[in-house]
Design a protein around this ligand. Structure first.
Ligand code: SF4
Ligand code: SF4
Length: 303
């Protein structure tokens, strides 16, 4: 198998709708392995039990894809007016990604199209796509692929689009002719805005989230508890993103597949309380909100 041309990969990634694409080697992420183990030892995974499973695979994609040589990391912006943040008294706040059609299927389709286009030039190439579907330390592979750095709120920050990006990876069984390097001379600097903005102090140290205090985890992943104030968030939380200077200066998204379907500011707590399952399905049935379901969302409003 000949080496695949990095420039060709990046050109195709643009044509299938991604804003950013970088190419990294499949290798063991030793630093992340140690950091994850230390985070787990402190119990910061709280009820996210899946985080302690498959730690070895999470830190080495070669254990999941036989013959894996190269990880192609792609990102697409979804920043919209919803991402700009909410007023203090807005009652039913929703993370901006959740106002769009569920990204898993859309990005998977784009990555499969990328593989198909690559196979035109490299017919024997094999690959597997990842969109949150299996444990993989995608943020670190994105850093290695030169897309950005991991910010103090633990998300990937890209210089062009901030953290309002969705990631997907195509892992292939061929080497590339050229690999990207982590960006130099970029980072959070002295900024600590996200740590100060988190309403529940969930960012306990740079790049360290105590999920037992994180609103996003509480509203989506975990059973609701009475111990945590949701501060008006009913699904997800963008507080540590809307305050970030890189997000504030980023342009809105280009790819219309990531247009928001609704604006949470148009739906009052009374509207939510009166919403029927049928209306919820019609208005939000294709969004990530469906995962929680209407009853769970109504429960979050009461908190
Ligand atoms: S998502 Fe919200 S609660 Fe969680 S760390 Fe960010 S600001 Fe804090
Ligand atoms: S708000 Fe500041 S510290 Fe937090 S991720 Fe953005 S640049 Fe980094």
């Amino acid at each position: 198998m000949v080496n695949i041309e990095s420039v060709h990969i990046k050109g195709l990634a643009k044509t299938v709708g991604f804003d950013l694409c970088g190419v990294a080697r499949c290798e063991k992420l030793t630093f992340n392995n140690n950091a994850l183990n230390s985070w787990l030892e402190k119990g910061y995974d709280s009820s996210l039990e899946y985080m302690s499973r498959n730690v070895d695979k999470r830190c080495d994609v070669r254990l999941m894809v036989e013959g894996a040589k190269t990880v192609i990391v792609c990102a697409v912006s979804y920043k919209s007016v919803v991402s700009d943040g909410y007023a203090e008294d807005d009652g039913c706040k929703i993370a901006s990604y959740a106002c769009n059609k569920d990204y898993h299927k859309t990005i998977k389709k784009m990555l499969k199209q990328l593989l198909k286009e690559l196979k035109v030039k490299y017919p024997t190439l094999n690959g597997r796509v990842f969109v949150d579907s299996a444990p993989i330390f995608e943020k670190q592979y994105a850093v290695n692929a030169g897309l950005g750095w991991i910010g103090r709120q633990s998300l990937l920050i890209t210089p062009e689009y901030g953290s309002y990006v969705l990631l997907g990876e195509l892992v292939v069984d061929a080497y590339a002719d050229n690999y990207d390097q982590p960006l130099q001379g970029v980072g959070c600097g002295e900024c600590r805005r996200c740590m100060e903005a988190c309403p529940n102090g969930a960012i306990v140290a740079p790049m360290t989230i105590n999920t037992s205090r994180c609103i996003s985890c509480h509203t989506i992943e975990q059973q609701p508890t009475s111990e945590i104030d949701l501060h008006g968030w009913i699904f997800g939380c963008d507080e540590c993103q809307s305050c970030c200077p890189y997000n504030q200066k980023a342009a809105y998204h280009n790819n219309t597949l990531f247009d928001p379907i609704f604006n949470p500011r148009d739906i009052s707590p009374t509207d939510w309380a009166a919403m029927s399952a049928k209306e919820f399905e019609a208005r939000m049935g294709t969004t990530p909100l469906k995962r929680s379901g209407l009853e769970r969302i109504k429960m979050n409003i009461k908190k």
